[in-house]
Every structure is written in C-alpha cells, then in structure tokens.
Ligand binder design. Sequence first.
Ligand code: PGA
Length: 249
Amino acid sequence: MRQALIAGNWKMHGDSQQIHQLLGELKPAVADAEADIAVIPPAVYIPLCDELLKGSNVVFGAQNVSEQREQGAFTGELAASMLKDCGCTYVLVGHSERRALYGENDALVAGKVAAALAAELKPILCVGESRAQREANETLEVVGQQVDVVLSTLADGHDQLTIAYEPVWAIGTGLTASPEQAQEVHAFIRSKLAAHSQALAEKVRILYGGSVKAANAKELFSQPDIDGGLVGGASLDAAEFAAICHSIG
Ligand code: PGA
C-alpha cells in the first residue's frame, strides 16, 4: 500500500502573521491524521515553517527549484541543496502556472526533477492538460509526454518521485475532474511508470490536484490510483485543509 500524501500549495499567498495562525490551527487538527501532510509556502517563509512545525507531523517544501546542480552565478535561483539544507522535504516541479507564466518546458522540468532527486529532495512533478487539449481528446497524449520526458531522464531507483495530475482547467476554477475522469488519467500515468519499472509503478504516489476541497476529497481519494491530493486554495483555510487530510482511508 502506498502511504497517502496531502500537500498544500500556498502559491504566492500569506505573511508571517497569517502563517502563525494557519499552522497554529492546523497542527492540532491533523495530529492524528493517517496521511503524510506537507505545506508548500513561498520560499521566504520556509524558515518560519521549519520553526513552527518542529515536533509536528506536518513537513514542508518549496514551490520551485533551480535545474542547476552547483552553486554559481544564477541570480534569483534556489538550489535543491539549499532547500534541503533549510529542511525542505518536497519541492513542486513544473506546476502549470510555472509552465504557462514562466515558460518552463518539459526539458527544464526534467532537469529540475533530476536536480531535486540528486539533492535528496522529493520532487512533486505536476502534469495536466488544458481545457482545449481535453476537448480535443488529447489529454492522455499531453500527460503521457509530460511524464515520459521526465522518466526517460531518471536513473533506476528514483522512487522518491511523486506525480501530481492537475488538469489546468480545474485549477483555481472550482471545476473538478470527476473521480472517474481523474482515475482514468491516474491509471494511465501508473501504466507509464510500469513501462519503466514495475517497482516504480507500485511505489510512486500520484496525487490529484484542481479545486480539491473537503466536499469532494473523499470520493476522489477513494479511487484506486489516487494516492492523495495537491491542494491550492483550500490549503489556506486550516479547518478545510484538515478536513481534506482526514478524507483519506
Ligand atoms: P486549487 O490549486 O486547489 O486552488 O485548484 C491546485 C494547485 O494549483 O496545486
């Protein structure tokens, strides 16, 4: 059985005071949750999360990482080794907002996944189709390509990878893929992993993301190939996020 993971992607939201309040409420509310739980704050708040989450069952990660493996003249970038040094467990890679707004392509995303793994950070590779691609019946082709580019660069044994299927049309829109729509893509991603290695397919967690909330989490998480969620907006509300964390099992 894969251990479920619920990760809260705060995106570019929050300040110190809000984070004190959010984590103050969240920690006791999820102390007995069965799932692994992570929050993904803006990078400048990583040290604050480290301080506030000590002794709790909630870990933290970063929203982005450089593909450069060595320190150097890369203004504005954060190396995977630095994120690891600051206590991060996870890092999001290739979120659709980074692909769409900051021009990240599959090759760059693959470089970031490899850099994260090399620093023993756990990458959460985000993949997903746009509305137009779904309407043109291209979902599996698009997602398959996004997954294949990364898998083709991975050496064996990189089962620390997590994949998040996030249909772009469902992110921040209130629209959610139906459990059946999501399961179809998750099973397809699992088959891609199996083509690489059966052990990878069994071990790698595949999260669903896109307007996950307490009201739809249980049904989504009950699908056989959905191993948890990547939660955006709803992760900024402690009670709502805690309810999602308790929707596993
Ligand atoms: P959402 O965002 O839950 O607000 O739709 C999900 C994400 O972008 O990771």
